[in-house]
Structure formats: C-alpha cells, structure tokens
Write a new protein. Structure first.
Length: 479
C-alpha cells in the first residue's frame, strides 16, 4: 500500500509552504512536494519567490541603492565618500547567501512542524492520489485526503525576443549578471521590469524600457502612475510607452531590437543585454492527469471558487496558479485559509484589501480601488493628498519625492483606496489596509494621533485633506 497523508501540497513557494505549515499546525499529517533544485542538484523549498523572485530582487535593489546613496547622495548629508565602486560578483554572492539562509529556514520550519518534504515533480492523479517523480526518475504514488495545488507561475516568453539565457534573459537571468551592462533593454514596464531596470540603472547601465501599452502602470491609480513615471525618468530610466517589440537579432554579445513606436514607425535599438519581463503565466504543465477532475479556465488558471476549492472534491488550488493578483502575500494567506477550511473552520480572505507594491526607490504601493475604478463605479467620492515635500521627517531623510493619496466615499466617508509613491510606501499603505479592514472612515484616520516626526504623518494629513482639514499644506478650495 502507498503511504497516505491527510494533506499533500504540490509546490513550496509562499503559497505552498505556508499551507503545509498551517496544515501541520492544525494536526494534519502533511507532505509538501517541490521540484526546485539548487546548483548542487539538491532539492530546495521556497519556489520562485525565494529562489529567483521577490527575495533576490529585493537584495539587489537594496545593494544597488546603497551604492547609489554612497556615490551620489552622501554629500548632501555632509559625508565625503570618494572612489566608491560596486563589486558585482560580491553583490550577487550576498544575494545568493540570503537565498540559502531563507530556503534553509523553510526546511527548518518543516522539521519543527512535522511536515514531510518530498523532492521531485508532483502530479495530481484521479482520486486525490499524487504521483511524485524524484530527481533520479523513481516514481512513487501517495494517497491523500486533501491535495493543495500551489505550483506557481513561469515568466511569459514572446516570439519576437526568444530568451537565450545569455544576451536575452528573463527575470531569472537578470539576477545573475556578472557585470554591469552598458546598454540594457527591458521589455515590459510592469513591476518586474521597473525593479530590475532600477537595479542596473543605479549601477551605471543606460536603461531603456519598452512598454507596448499606451499608458504607464495602467493598473495603478493614474495620478500616482504619472508621478512615478516622472520620478523614474528623472532617475535615468528611458521609459517608452506605445512601443511594441516586433523582433530581435543577436549579434555576438549584443542584440538589436526592432519595435513600432506610437506613430507606428519602425525603430531599432541595440543593447548589451535584454530583459524580457512581460508578465507571468500559471504553471500547470504535467501537473494534472487528464482524469484528475480539475478544470482550467480560459486563461489557463486552475478554476476555483472564493474559498480556493477546485471542481474535484478535496482538491484545492492557491497562489499564482489561480485567479487574482500574482502576489506572494496573497498566495500565503490563501494557503492559511485553505488549511483552516480543511480543518472545518470558516476562514475567508478579503480579496478587496490586498496591498500591491513596486519596490523601486521611492516605493509605489496601493490598496483598494483606484480613482479611475471609483469614478467608473459611479460612487460619489472625495480625495485627499499630501506631498512628502511637506513632511519634516521626509526632509530630514532627504526623501521628499512623491505623495500619499486617500480616496473616501463622499456619503459614508469609508476609505475606498490608498495610493502612495514615496519613502516606505509599502509599510505606510499597510496602515491604511488595516484601517480599511476595520471599515474605517477618513475621519477615523484623521482623528488618530500619529507620532511626530514620522513618515506616517503623511497618511494622517492625506486623511485630513479628504475633508479640507490638512494642517501642513494649503487645502484646496471646494468648487
């Protein structure tokens, strides 16, 4: 007889490993299957996020910003630093050590919680059986009462710029450059493209970002998007919207990219490296047997309901492989919800309040509805904004770019959305997310006492500005 588990999770990224740990905490005999291998050929947990995504990109973003600060910004503080250089191999080695520490940490958490690690490729068969093919090709079939599919996503490839993992790379390859490319092309001005473009721009690359859409950061609040584009352009990123890539040709150690500009005219640009980051697609290749009972939707995502249940009883799916934003924290909370629902609890995620962050500098963060979405809904609303240029704490830190924007319902005053570009935007927007979770109004935020001097006072002032009560800026007169 094959070994049986109460819960088997396929995938150990932020969705899968969190689901496995929570299931084990709830008393279930739990196993987690992972196919990722490190350079030594050993299985490691963490999925895309820890190995080639969120964590390594933030390590490079922080390292590159410290270099930029030492080279260009220390003088304003009275600090003289000459001969500042970047050692790219050392920067990459630090990034790799952080990955090793965190993936090893998951192994420790699995051991502490009693989760069984199964390294190999997992496949869901009929009747909640899971087939695992290990790295030597040995196949073992396990039985489960519940299966959680958390197989994640892969970068989307485009025919006009086929990845060769040398001159043309995807987001994974962009984390492994051994030297700073003089001319760097980035296809896609989304979160990944802007973050990776920022890293190498700070280190000295001439970065050109080609975006097919007419608008910049179309999914974000457009006031914040325009401010962000202005800031990033000033930093040196050459962002070209309405630029649809039609072809590329590698010549030795450089690549010539052909694209159509907003007038429809053909243009060419030559780069030393080209990063393709036009989005990600759910990874379901060889994940499901034909008779598994699990259905995919028209976009290739696993079809689930609001509680992440698939069509097959006892089979769940979470994270990048299901509908909703491809965000690590969204996947993690789905993992917790599913584990608790298996245990008979009534857990549910509020999908309307999931923060979104771009880790450029300054950061860009949002939660809730954009002004465009609120306007389209027909709901009456008020807006309050506050610039970091008016924040004493931001001035002291020499971080005065950007603003906070809060949108509230005109009748109930309930906060509908918050959008920030500026210092520590990711942490600041979470304050508003907490308030929104408790149904707070803009007046509630305005009545709270915020520490002084802090960046979070910008949240306070923007909330006051919703009703024209801001103290540290002149309030706009109502028409």
């Amino acid at each position: 007889m094959s070994e049986k588990f109460d819960v088997i999770v396929i995938g150990s990224g932020p969705a899968g490993y969190v689901a496995a740990i929570r299931a084990a905490q709830l008393g279930f005999k739990t196993a987690c299957v992972e196919k990722w291998k490190n350079e030594e050929g050993k299985g490691v947990n963490g999925g895309t996020c820890l190995n080639v995504g969120c964590i390594p990109s933030k390590a490079l973003l922080d390292s590159s910003y410290k270099y930029h600060e030492a080279k260009d910004d220390f003088a304003v503080h009275g600090i003289t630093a000459s001969g500042v250089e970047i050692n790219v191999p050392s920067m990459i080695a630090r990034k790799n050590q952080i990955i090793k520490n965190l993936t090893g940490g998951i192994a420790g958490l699995f051991k502490a919680n009693g989760v069984t690690s199964l390294f190999g490729t997992g496949k869901l068969l009929a009747g909640k059986k899971v087939e695992v093919t290990d790295f030597e090709g040995k196949v073992t079939v396990y039985d489960a009462d519940n299966v959680i599919l958390a197989s994640g996503s892969n970068p989307i490839n485009i025919p006009p710029a086929p990845v060769d993992n040398d001159v043309i790379v995807n987001s994974t390859g962009a984390l492994e450059f051994s030297e700073v490319p003089k001319r760097l092309g980035v296809i896609g001005a989304g979160v990944i493209g802007l973050e990776l473009g920022s890293v190498w721009n700070r280190l000295g690359s001439k970065v050109t970002v080609l975006e097919a859409l007419d608008s910049f950061l179309a999914i974000m609040d457009q006031q914040i998007a325009k401010e962000t584009q202005k800031i990033l352009t000033k930093q040196g990123l050459d962002i070209r919207t309405s630029s649809r890539v039609t072809g590329s040709k590698v010549n030795g150690k450089e690549v010539t990219v052909t694209y159509l500009d907003k007038e429809g005219k053909e243009q060419q640009e030559t780069f030393d490296k080209l990063i393709v980051c036009v989005g990600r697609r759910p990874f379901t290749e060889n994940l499901l047997a034909a008779d598994s009972g699990v259905n995919l939707d028209e976009r290739g995502f696993i079809f689930v309901n609001e509680q992440c249940e698939t069509n097959a009883p006892g089979v769940w799916a979470i994270g990048d492989v299901v509908r909703g934003p491809m965000l690590a924290h969204k996947g993690s909370e789905e993992g917790v919800m599913v584990a608790e629902r298996i245990a008979g609890q009534k857990s549910q995620i509020n999908y309307d309040i999931i923060p979104n962050v771009i880790y450029t500098h300054p950061e860009v963060a949002s939660v809730g509805k954009t002004e465009e979405q609120v306007k389209a809904s027909g709901e009456p609303y008020n807006v309050g904004t506050f610039p970091f240029a008016a924040s004493g704490r931001a001035m002291a830190a020499n971080e005065t770019q950007g603003l906070v924007k809060i949108i509230a319902h005109a009748v109930t005053d309930r906060i509908l959305g918050a959008h920030i570009v500026g210092p520590s935007a990711a942490d600041l927007v979470q304050q508003v997310a907490i308030a929104m979770e408790f149904g707070s109004s803009a007046e509630d935020l305005g009545m709270m006492v915020f520490g002084h001097p802090t960046l979070s006072e910008a949240i306070h002032e923007a909330a006051l500005a919703v009703h024209g009560h801001a103290i540290h800026i002149a309030n706009k007169k109502k028409r």
